[in-house]
Design a protein around this ligand. Structure first.
Ligand SMILES: [Zn+2]
Length: 278
């Protein structure tokens, strides 16, 4: 890598690890809802699955949460009190339903008494050997440690609803979940984090989901009686100091950025264009 590229990378990393969290810290009062962090597969070596996390990295992060007295919450505990932002409260979520969410971490989390939640891609459960089985899902649920939510049937992008079989991805997924678990899921997470305003509105009115989770670092907000959550993905190569900032909710800054800078820049740009055209 050329030294110029190296310097560029260092600057970007400095902005990501230090400048952005500084603004997050400054605007911390904008966090109205519990801070959400999320993972996917947990692996031992390098691994090859999407956005995986190394077990040693994960273990040291969980030990830090436990040692620092963090309160963790399950989906079904999100009442008026527990859904609110609170210092030292975090909701830990896993996407997809990987088998490692049981085999690698269940005992560890039980020992540390850290609750966590899993969004299930329903069609993979008990069908794909890399994923959980319904028996394991029920066992984890019964333990009182793990909450479960929906993540569609086949994991499509929900950005363009015209290309999605909404009935299959939402209704059939809910029916299967209820058949296996005996209750309806009320927490839903978008596959790949892709969504549009239309998908939000359709889900709000037609799915029965009360909490809808995106993968953006935005401040969670209420819309049509539902809570739309912003979330913080935890990458396996984050240094510990950045993980701590993410847990504290300092990375939820996109809306401030939008409101303060982007919109103003856009207004100036449109103003200049209008001038040139007139
Ligand atoms: Zn997913």
């Amino acid at each position: 890598m050329s030294s110029l590229k190296k310097i560029g990378k260092l600057i970007l990393r400095f902005i990501e690890y230090h400048i952005v969290p500084f603004f997050g810290w400054l605007f911390i009062s904008k966090n109205k809802y519990v801070n959400v962090i999320y993972y996917h597969d947990i692996v031992h070596d390098e691994g090859d699955t999407y956005m995986r996390t190394n077990i040693d990295v994960f273990t040291s992060q969980m030990l830090w949460l436990s040692k620092n007295g963090y309160e963790t919450v399950r989906f079904d505990e999100l009442d008026d009190e527990h859904i609110r932002f609170k210092k030292k409260r975090v909701l830990i979520a896993f996407d997809d339903g990987w088998l490692s969410n049981y085999t690698e971490i269940f005992d560890l989390m039980m020992r540390l008494r850290l609750k966590y939640n899993i969004f299930l891609t329903m069609g993979e459960i008990s069908n794909n050997p890399k994923y959980l089985t319904w028996d394991l899902v029920r066992k984890m649920h019964k333990s009182g440690l793990v909450g479960f939510g929906a993540h569609t049937y086949t994991h499509p992008s929900m950005k363009d609803l015209a290309r999605v079989d909404f009935k299959h991805e939402v209704d059939d997924a809910n029916v299967l979940f209820e058949k296996e678990m005996g209750y309806q899921p009320v927490d839903f997470c978008y596959p790949f984090g892709y969504y549009s305003e239309d998908s939000n509105i359709k889900l709000e009115w037609e799915s029965g989901y009360m909490h809808i989770y995106t993968s953006e670092k935005l401040y969670s907000y209420q819309q049509n009686g539902r809570v739309i959550f912003g979330r913080n993905g935890i990458s396996t190569d984050y240094p510990m100091h950045y993980f701590k900032k993410k847990v504290k909710g300092y990375a939820n800054w996109y809306q401030v950025y939008n409101a303060c800078f982007y919109q103003k820049l856009l207004a100036i740009y449109h103003g200049l264009r209008q001038r040139r055209n007139s």
